[in-house]
Design a protein around this ligand. Structure first.
Ligand code: NCD
Ligand code: ZN
Length: 358
């Protein structure tokens, strides 16, 4: 039996408010606990997005009533809310800036809209960037100009990890995370496909950032030292949505991250200590998370089994890793002295979870 600390996932799409047919604060925290995660940080691209005090409270009220593990809620950077989000920083996990994609109220059309956030958001509070490729270079330049540490979400490309490596070597205060699907899948991986789709786009491969090439995946593995955190970017959509004509991008990942990483550890690709650093030690520091006393995760390192969506607690009902054989099973999770998960059953109640900023 292997004993790990309660793990931290700094990048989760909870879907509440607004899309609870995909997931809500109850199901997402069940999936987290089953995956050995005792703290998750929730992204703000909900409906409505979390971008002011009223919307922050909508999410935090739902979380308070329903969450079974500990949590924080990000604020989204919008075109006109820099002063508002700066004043709310102590109540939030941090600020999420969508510099590439566009999300309704969180749309930042040009770089003049980045500046007030870099100027006003407290320097000690986490700022997370969705910034791919050359936009990432721009985000790092802003971080230098405004002397504000940044954390880069879901790094997936060789050019990105090499840029972050070079920035760190210059002493720039940049940290980053990588998702399991960018470590274990490429754009050519044979992913399960919906019935009756014929030659249409396979929506089950759609994720942002997109799955990349083998050379990109190799560059991530070869630069493990540059990766501060692993994060799921758990982005659940239903199978009906994924197999539709306009499939939304996103993969679920809360329950598969640790088994996939433990399997890689059993193959000698990284150590268990490498995993603990990236799922506990580093995120705890980067996101200023409190101690969880009497909290741990028990793993049967030798359990070999197949990943099945039917064993999942997420409401989305599918996984891109269906049928993968993995080695390493979460058998028990104790959160603040209480057994929260054991032998496949969730034991923590709705509302047991705490806001990390309370
Ligand atoms: C995210 C989602 O579904 O919320 N999807 C994803 O593929 N990561 C949003 C996004 O970042 O595009
Ligand atoms: Zn995301």
């Amino acid at each position: 039996m292997l004993k790990l600390p309660g793990l931290i996932d700094p990048h989760v799409h909870v879907r509440e408010p607004g899309a609870t047919h995909k997931e809500d604060w109850d199901t997402v925290t069940q999936a987290a606990l089953a995956g050995g995660i005792t703290t998750l940080l929730a992204m703000p691209n909900t409906q409505p997005p979390i971008f002011d005090e009223a919307t922050l409270n909508i999410s935090l009220d739902a979380a308070k009533a329903k969450a079974r593990c500990d949590y924080g809620q990000y604020l989204g950077a919008g075109p006109a809310n820099a002063d508002i989000v700066a004043s709310l920083a102590p109540k939030a996990a941090g600020l999420k800036m969508y510099l590439d994609s566009t999300f309704g109220e969180l749309r930042l059309d040009d770089m003049t809209l980045w500046t007030p956030h870099f100027q006003q958001f407290p320097k000690s509070a986490p700022m997370v960037m969705h910034s791919e490729s050359r936009t990432m270079a721009a985000a790092i330049l802003f971080s230098v100009i405004y002397d504000h540490p940044i954390h880069i979400a879901h790094v997936s490309l060789k050019e990105e990890i090499l840029l972050i490596k070079a920035a760190k070597e210059k002493g720039i205060k940049v940290t980053c995370e990588v998702c399991p699907h960018h470590l274990f899948l490429t754009k050519d991986s044979p992913l399960p496909q919906g019935e009756g789709l014929g030659v249409r786009v396979n929506g089950r491969t759609e994720v942002r950032p997109r799955l990349a090439t083998q050379a990109d995946v190799d560059a991530l593995w070869n630069n493990l030292a540059v990766i501060d955190c692993f994060a799921t970017d758990h982005a659940p959509h239903t199978l009906a949505e994924k197999d539709s004509d306009s499939p939304p991008p996103g993969f679920p990942g809360l329950q598969t991250m640790l088994p996939l990483l433990l399997t890689a550890a059993s193959e000698g690709r990284l150590s268990v200590d490498d995993i603990v650093q990236r799922l506990y030690t580093n995120p705890k520091k980067i996101f200023h998370l409190p101690d969880q006393p009497e909290t741990w995760v028990e793993v049967d390192e030798n359990a070999v089994y197949e990943i099945k969506a039917s064993d999942g607690f997420s409401r989305c009902g599918w996984t891109p890793f269906e049928g993968w054989q993995v080695k390493g099973r979460v058998t028990k999770v104790v959160l603040r002295g209480k057994t929260a998960f054991e032998n496949g059953k969730i034991l923590a109640e709705s509302g047991y979870g705490r806001n990390v900023r309370d």
